[in-house]
Design a protein. Structure first.
Length: 188
């Protein structure tokens, strides 16, 4: 008789909570799989593994409370919080992994542009991901009176060049999607 009272006191396992735990576990696996590819390029985003740890804490919380009333409400809150937090980390890693993948082609190469008699060279690190203050170098600039040449190592290439009114740098666009990826070329 005491065993029945003990079981009724604890309550039954909530099926909804079990489903919520499953959703969180899938989220944890997605978070980890989105973060790992970034480590091929840098460990700067190792902090995003903290979101996987947050998900594990949420799963443990739900498992500990699985027989208590209204645990499914806590599970909904955990899922919503985890969706925003881990989603943020996932997007950061996914976006920067593709950016670093595009930059990989240019690493270790000498990249420079010669405009008239001035040479602008990439330092191998400076990159800009915002085009809102940049204006494209006029196409009319590449005439007989003015020359524009872009070199990657010793191979002449065609890339769009941009200027910024605030600096003397030239920006070479290597990717045009979204806001764009630009190598910052400084004058010699």
């Amino acid at each position: 008789m005491e065993e029945k009272d003990l079981i009724q006191e604890k309550g039954r396992i909530s099926v909804i909570t079990v489903i919520e735990i499953g959703i969180l576990i899938i989220g944890i696996l997605m978070s980890i799989s989105g973060t790992i590819p970034t480590f091929a390029y840098t460990f700067r985003y190792v902090w995003t593994f903290g979101f996987a740890i947050l998900g594990i804490v949420f799963v443990i919380l739900l498992i500990v409370r699985i027989r208590k009333r209204f645990t499914w409400l806590i599970g909904i809150v955990c899922i919503v919080v985890y969706l925003y937090a881990a989603g943020y980390g996932y997007i950061i890693c996914a976006m920067n992994t593709t950016r670093m993948r595009r930059l990989e082609f240019f690493e270790g190469k000498r990249i420079y542009a010669v405009i008239d008699e001035t040479t602008y060279e990439w330092d191998g690190e400076s990159v800009c991901y915002s085009s809102h203050e940049l204006t494209e170098l006029e196409h009319e600039y590449d005439t007989e009176a003015h020359t524009v040449q872009i070199w990657v190592d010793d191979e002449k290439r065609n890339y769009a060049l941009y200027t910024d009114m605030n600096t003397s740098n030239i920006y070479m666009q290597i990717y045009g999607g979204g806001t764009g990826d630009f190598l910052v070329l400084s004058p010699d």
